[in-house]
Write a protein that binds this ligand. Structure first.
Ligand code: TEU
Ligand code: CA
Length: 516
């Protein structure tokens, strides 16, 4: 059977608000993205995932959707979306769908709180407070505080797993299920090639809304609330995804569904021929060969079925930038380059987040500039996710590194000038140059690579695997390593990687691809 287009695809996450600004208002937009499609194509990726661009009060930067059938005026119009899809041609376009919650400005929720008798109330979770006036149960919000807020003018409370401006939908209600099928078809008919599904495993809540129990923390052993209790993996969810899959399969070519689900244990429940195509296997371990190998093995073992492989990723718009996680500065950048070689050699799909190809690190900014609800709701105790959402630097020497003539919605660090796209583009040894060569090489040899992966014996702190003719080796240590490998050096994460007389030399924190 020929592989579907996404079988070993590289997908690129575009954070719409921060990618490219066409009208110099400091905010990225769809026309901006369209004007940069050639840049994305030159990266060699197969698809883009666009973060939510729907009308939204932007309390969680688009993940609070007020209208699922339109485009936020800040980002453009439906026409701009159509043009983007048309211009993308062979590049696939995935849309972000947010089914767990709406914005509190969605017409359903506004109707629900307008009257205690509104039929719309059953589309959300309203409940009475406990007799002492406290929230209906002890569930907490991912963004801090209780998962319940009192409705503005009524007597009940409503559930929100995220910000209070993001009320959770009641997925037991048939109208909710129907509406989302309509939303899927709306975007698929407009030419979307599939969806990234937000908070994909939490749509259904326990019907009795029971209190969460205390469990022993896996690492510290200290008692803590089991946050997955009552919200994750309810049995009804699989039927929803079965219907969504039927919808996706009804289009020619078939559309894809990517669930925002990170736990390997859960992947085996949804990555099935009649449900989702992909979910994210994120490697967030610190820079340690054994931990990375374990992470790779756990994700691979979780999947069932021939040819089904994990969807690898190191980051997204919620995660600290890999360069920073792996040590920061030039050390972090060196390691992130090696990590990309390790990742892009694996069987399966790879998701990259905009700016990874430039080696961007987590940006610092004054507290007054921060906008993430996680930062705002914790009174600054948690830094939040703004640092990985700072706009793309395009041109060295221009104001705001060429992103916009106006100050961007999050400030651009001055040091990013030298990381700008045009500062790296001409240099084959830059992060961008290496990134392009690696994705191109992956594309060239993909057909010859079996899914099978074999680990090789290697010195401590070094990982080496092969897939048929390709051997990938990565040195996690701060000292050089040598490894017997035969073949031709295809790629090295830096210039000091060398292969002579069957001996691969890996400088500290480096990786190589060798082809037989
Ligand atoms: O994220 C879901 C999620 O679980 C994250 O909120 C995560 O726990 C958090 O970012 C901690 O870093 C998705 C989106 O990716 C995220 O941007 C949204 O804020 C969230 O859903 C709510 O829609
Ligand atoms: Ca703009």
């Amino acid at each position: 059977m020929p592989q579907p287009w996404w079988g070993s695809a590289v997908l690129y996450e575009v954070y719409v608000r921060s990618f490219a600004d066409s009208n110099d208002d400091g905010i990225g937009d769809l026309v901006g993205i369209t004007s940069r499609l050639d840049y994305i194509r030159d990266l060699g990726v197969d698809a883009i995932w666009l973060t939510p661009f729907y009308p939204s009060p932007q309390k969680d930067h688009g993940y609070d959707v007020a209208d699922y059938f339109d485009v936020n005026p800040e980002y453009g119009s439906l026409k701009d979306f159509d043009r983007l899809v048309a211009r993308a041609r062979e590049l696939k376009v995935l849309v972000d769908i947010v089914p767990n919650h709406t914005s509190d400005q969605h017409r359903w929720f506004r109707a629900a709180i307008a009257s205690p008798r509104s039929a719309m109330r059953r589309r959300y979770h309203f409940a009475d407070p406990k007799p002492d006036g406290s929230p209906p149960n002890n569930w907490t919000s991912t963004f801090g505080g209780p998962a319940w807020s009192p409705e503005p003018n009524g007597k009940q409370w409503y559930l929100h797993l995220f910000a209070p401006e993001q009320p959770d939908l009641n997925w037991y209600h048939p109208a909710v299920q129907k509406e989302f099928e309509r939303i899927l078809k709306f975007w698929l008919d407009r030419g979307a090639d599939g969806f990234r599904i937000d908070v994909a495993s939490a749509l259904f809540k326990r019907r009795d809304l029971a209190d969460r129990p205390l469990v022993a923390d896996r690492i510290t052993g200290a008692p803590r609330l089991d946050w997955t209790f009552g919200i994750i993996d309810r049995p009804q969810l699989k039927d929803v995804y079965r219907r969504w899959r039927q919808i996706a399969d009804g289009y020619e070519p078939r559309r894809v569904l990517v669930g925002e689900i990170f736990e390997a244990r859960q992947h085996s429940m949804y990555i099935l021929p009649d449900q989702l195509h992909m979910a994210f296997a994120i490697i967030h371990q610190r820079w340690d060969a054994d931990l990375w190998r374990k992470s790779i093995d756990v994700s691979r073992r979780a999947l069932l079925g021939p040819g089904i492989e994990p969807t690898w990723t190191l980051s997204n718009h919620d995660a600290t930038r890999p360069v920073t996680r792996l040590g920061g500065g030039e050390l972090g950048r060196t390691r992130a380059r090696a990590a990309l070689l390790l990742l892009l050699g694996l069987p399966g799909q790879v998701f990259l987040y905009q700016g990874e190809e430039l080696g961007l690190e987590e940006a610092d900014m004054p507290d007054s500039a921060r906008q993430d609800p996680i930062f705002l709701r914790s009174q600054g105790r948690e830094r939040g996710r703004d640092g990985c959402r700072v706009p793309m630097p395009w041109h060295r020497g221009r104001p705001n590194a060429g992103f916009s003539k106006s100050p961007p919605w999050l400030p651009m660090p001055p040091a990013w000038d030298r990381l700008a796209v045009d500062a790296q583009a001409g240099n084959g040894e830059s992060v961008l140059g290496q990134f392009r060569r690696t994705v191109a090489a992956r594309r060239r040899i993909a057909r010859r690579l079996p899914h099978r992966l074999e680990w090789h014996a290697a010195p401590a702190g070094v990982l080496a695997y092969s897939r048929g003719p390709l051997t990938v080796a990565c040195n996690f240590e701060d000292r050089p390593a040598r490894l017997p490998v035969s073949g031709r050096l295809l790629l090295g994460s830096n210039l000091l990687v060398g292969l002579r007389f069957g001996s691969l030399r890996l400088p500290p924190n480096s990786a190589a691809w060798v082809l037989q």
